[in-house]
Design a protein around this ligand. Structure first.
Ligand SMILES: C[S@@+](CC[C@H](N)C(=O)[O-])C[C@H]1O[C@@H](n2cnc3c(N)ncnc32)[C@H](O)[C@@H]1O
Length: 236
C-alpha cells in the first residue's frame, strides 16, 4: 500500500513540506484537497459530524480515523474512552503524536478485540471503507460483531445521484453495470505513483436495505447541506 493519504497527514503533522493532495474519481475531475481539513477541530466539522460526536457515548471505536480529529475531540473535550483504528501506519503515528492514547494500525476486518463497543464511528463518507456494494455485507457483519448489545454505529455518506446527468424526463443517466455510488478514488501526492482504490458512497435507502439484510436496524439521524446524511445502525 502506497499510503499517500497517510504520508500527507504525517507530513502536515511533522511540518515536512506538506503539499495538497490531488484527488479524482471515476466520475469526477481532479480536485485539490488541503490536508489541513483532516486536522479539523470540532467547530470546523460539518454539522453531521458534530451530531455524531454529540451522540457518542460509552466505549467508542473510530474506524478509519485518519489524523484522529473525531477521536481526539471525544478524548480531550468529552473525556470519553476512545480507540481509533486505521489501515495507515502514517495516520496512526500522527494520531499518537497528537496525543491520542489508543490508536492502532489495523484493517477493520482484522480487528477482533476482546471487548465490544457502545459507539462505532465511521465518518467522512464512512461507507467508503466498504469498497463495493457486494462487500458492504462483509463489513456490516464484522461491525455488528464489534457492537455491544445496546450499541450504535454512526455512519455518514452521500447520495451521488446529483453527479449524474439528467435526461429530458428528469431521470438520471446512471451506470447499468454497477451501483452508481461505486467509484474508484485516486490520490496523487508529491509526484509519486498514483494510488487508486474502490470507494463506496451509499444513498440512505441502499444503506438501509444493506443494514436490514445484515441484521441491523437503520435510522436516519440528520441530513447535511449537500446530499449527505448521518445514519444510526443498531442491533435488530
Ligand atoms: C476519508 S479518510 C477519513 C478519515 C477520518 N475519519 C476523517 O473524517 O478525517 C478514510 C480513512 O479510512 C482508512 N481506511 C480505509 N479502509 C480501511 C479499513 N479497511 N480499515 C481501517 N481503516 C481504513 C484510510 O486509511 C483513511 O485514513
Amino acid at each position: 500500500m502506497l499510503d499517500l493519504f497517510g504520508k500527507a497527514i504525517l507530513d502536515y503533522q511533522t511540518q515536512n513540506a506538506p503539499e495538497a493532495l490531488i484527488t479524482f474519481t471515476s466520475i469526477s475531475d481532479e480536485d485539490e484537497m488541503d490536508v489541513a481539513y483532516l486536522f479539523r477541530p470540532y467547530d470546523l466539522m460539518p454539522k453531521i459530524e458534530q451530531k455524531a460526536l454529540q451522540l457518542s457515548y460509552g466505549k467508542i471505536l473510530d474506524v478509519g480515523c485518519g489524523a484522529g480529529s473525531h477521536a481526539l475531540s471525544l478524548q480531550n473535550d468529552r473525556k470519553l474512552d476512545v480507540t481509533a483504528i486505521d489501515l495507515s501506519t502514517n495516520a496512526i503515528e500522527t494520531c499518537r503524536l497528537r496525543g491520542l492514547s489508543n490508536a492502532i494500525v489495523t484493517d477493520v476486518l482484522a480487528f477482533n478485540p476482546a471487548e465490544q463497543f457502545d459507539t462505532i464511528l465511521l465518518l467522512m463518507n464512512g461507507t467508503g471503507i466498504f469498497e463495493t456494494l457486494v462487500k458492504s455485507a462483509l463489513y456490516l457483519q464484522h461491525l455488528k460483531s464489534l457492537l455491544a448489545p445496546n450499541g450504535q454505529i454512526l455512519i455518514d455518506s452521500s447520495d451521488l445521484i446529483y453527479m449524474y446527468d439528467a435526461d429530458e424526463d428528469g431521470g438520471a443517466w446512471i451506470p447499468s453495470a454497477h451501483y452508481y455510488g461505486e467509484l474508484t478514488f485516486t490520490v496523487r501526492y508529491k509526484g509519486q505513483t498514483d494510488e487508486t482504490f474502490p470507494w463506496l458512497y451509499m444513498d440512505y435507502n441502499t444503506l438501509q436495505n444493506a443494514a436490514v439484510a445484515n441484521g441491523l436496524h437503520c435510522e436516519l439521524i440528520t441530513e447535511g447541506d449537500h446530499f449527505d446524511y448521518l445514519a444510526k445502525l443498531t442491533h435488530l
